[in-house]
Design a protein around this ligand. Sequence first.
Ligand SMILES: [Zn+2]
Length: 417
Amino acid sequence: MQNESDSQLKLIGPFRQIVTMRDLPLKGALKDEALEVIYEGGILINSSQIVAVNSFEVLKKEFSDQLIAIDHVEEDLVALPGFIDAHTHACFAGSRARDYAARNNGKSYLEIAQEGGGIWSTVKHVREADKYDLIDATAKRLDKLLASGITTVEIKSGYGLNIEHELKMLRVINEIKQKHQIDIHATCLAAHIIPKDWEEGEEAYLQLIIDELVPKVKEEKLCHRFDIFIEEGAFSVETAKSYLNTLKERGFQLTVHGDQFHPGGSQVAIDCRAISVDHLEASGDSEIAALSKSDVIPVALPGASIGLGCAFTPARKLLDQGCSLAIASDWNPGSAPQGNLLTQAAILGTFEKLSTAEVFAGITFRAAKVLGLNDRGSLDKNMIADIIAFPTKDYREILYHQGELRVSKVWKKGERL
Ligand SMILES: [Zn+2]
């Protein structure tokens, strides 16, 4: 345990470059010239918090009588704030490799579902899974994420789809949260699809969630965000609106899976003042224009485009129209089985012509805002000391290798892992 009471200044460095990601706008296009790059930089921390980021030598001199340690890095490293994956379904059981192969053999979504695949097959696996097996499998995925530089992750429920199993998922996520070094933010996605064993329609299902799940979520403090999938075959615009408005009144933050195959969800996100709307592969000019007049943060999920072989989120247009843009992995066993956020963000960058600054912003401070967090996403005074470092001298090497240049060091809350 670290001692929080005394001043215990530690200096980490020298890094060949520190890309701080500080003092950048939440919305709109970003040029690489806007990035602050500190050469031969140091990061001064007090326990888990950053005190200053500057030249290593300057900090060493200025704080020489207060330093209790120098965490000296020997090799060529470029430091960045820890990455944030603001949209995952990393708590799941079973594999959908059969769906993937069938899709690439020309089978339709409907055919795959009729043959026992699709989201419902994952629901069956999760319902059957032992709680400890689910904890184990999810924690292993999180180990992989942390090693790849993701220091904060969102995880959704949504494969339980009844009161008992949605609660099981949320409790599992919270149990892992107590043990794992990665920071976890849980979201309730009980409104993922209408469960196949529910016969009373979508409105009655969402009413059940409101009446029976929401009070338990509050009582056990299982999460403070709710999500819904608005799409043909999932939930309709009108039903979603009334569900989200009720949740808003109950004090929950809102996010929406919207405009993935058909537009409609983004307008609901705007109307219900959701924090983010995620997917947007089907958003056209009018949806983009409406989003640009709102504070809803668009979230691109390139892993789903790569997994399904679909168009990417129109990230360039969104940014040029003045929107913010976060990028997340959507890691799930069906449409986005890969789970490598850096690879996906780099590939989105090539297809959508995003600057390095825009890609990094999408997985750092702009992603932090999607989770309502103001204490991370940049390397700056008072921020949590979540620091990652790549073995290179030039930050541009990171996206150039499209995920193959791996993070070699991670500091979580100031502690080197
Ligand atoms: Zn998703």
